[in-house]
Ligand binder design. Structure first.
Ligand code: ATP
Length: 270
């Protein structure tokens, strides 16, 4: 069923309305010092259970926006609402998956995955049970006793994701989660992520540099313009999840969407 359409500010691009916003970014601007305007007047809503990608040229403020939503950075003006309530710092309903995985090298996979629960004061046996469950969900069953240095980059990333899932946050904030792994691992992880979104009903906000990746995994793509970062376009790719990765590369709709986004970004990088 087609939803009634609205238009993204200034872009003339039709977008579907957000039905149940779990995160709202209201009129957010961010200055670093007195001169660097990283973000200006950002208004966005993120729908529960959806995966939204933030895409745009280097330095447009993607990470800044993600960290503001996480509560790791304060906006200079504007506010963030989570489930309708204003937030000023980190909260249990949001988990940030760091680009460098932020694993403790001296701790096992199990201890790393259970770390967030330990911080929350969850008893050892319960936190280990929950961590084991999510280690299995991210495909690392059997690796519980290994240490980070014994794992590949992709596997370490999965431990970071298991940690975020274990604390049962509704909202997962991921900063370029696939940047440090090879193409094959990346593809597999993208598929796993989409599967997790289905079964766990989590909301994902996701920073990426890859247009193809954004089109493949996202319900919605927010395109930011270069500094000062503003929302330049919002795109809802209508890509069938049933399609195999090989067919996807030839799918007309997929190729048109990639091209359209590239056209939007090209003017900033030329
Ligand atoms: N702590 C800081 N102090 C001053 N300027 C900063 C700081 N952090 C980021 N910036 C600047 O703010 C702008 C936005 O940075 P941010 O890292 O959010 O962009 P990005 O889109 O995530 O970049 P990239 O794609 O390269 O990772 C950039 O111009 C950056 O140089």
């Amino acid at each position: 069923m087609q939803l009634s359409m609205t238009t993204a500010a200034g872009s003339g691009v039709p977008i579907a309305p957000v039905r149940e916003p779990i995160v709202e970014v209201r009129n957010v601007s961010k200055l670093y010092g007195n001169t660097v305007v990283a973000l200006q007047d950002i208004d966005l809503s993120f729908e529960k259970g959806h995966l939204t990608s933030l895409l745009g040229p280097s330095g447009c403020g993607k990470t800044t926006l993600l960290k503001i939503v996480a509560g790791l950075l304060q906006p200079s003006s504007g506010e963030i609402r989570v489930k309708g309530k204003p937030v000023n710092g980190p909260g249990a309903e949001r988990a940030f998956v760091f680009q460098d995985f932020a694993l403790m090298p001296w701790a096992s996979v199990l201890e790393n995955a259970a770390y967030g629960l330990k911080v929350q004061g969850v008893a050892k046996s319960e936190r280990e049970d929950r961590a084991r469950h999510y280690i299995g969900e991210v495909g690392l069953h059997g690796f519980e006793k290994k240490y980070p240095h014994e794992l590949s980059g992709g596997m370490r990333q999965r431990v970071g994701l298991a940690r975020a899932l274990a604390v049962d946050a509704d909202i997962l904030l991921m900063d370029e989660p696939f940047s440090a792994v090879d193409e094959q691992t990346r593809r597999k992880f993208q598929e796993d992520l989409m599967h997790l979104r289905e079964v766990e009903n989590k909301t994902f906000l996701f920073v990426t540099h890859s247009i193809e990746e954004a089109v493949y995994v996202s319900d919605r793509i927010v395109l930011l313009s270069p500094r000062p970062g503003r929302v330049s376009e919002i795109i809802d790719p209508q890509i069938s999840r049933e399609i195999s990765p090989d067919d996807l590369r030839r799918d007309e709709n997929y190729l048109d969407t990639v091209e359209r986004i590239w056209t939007g970004i090209k003017k900033y990088v030329e």
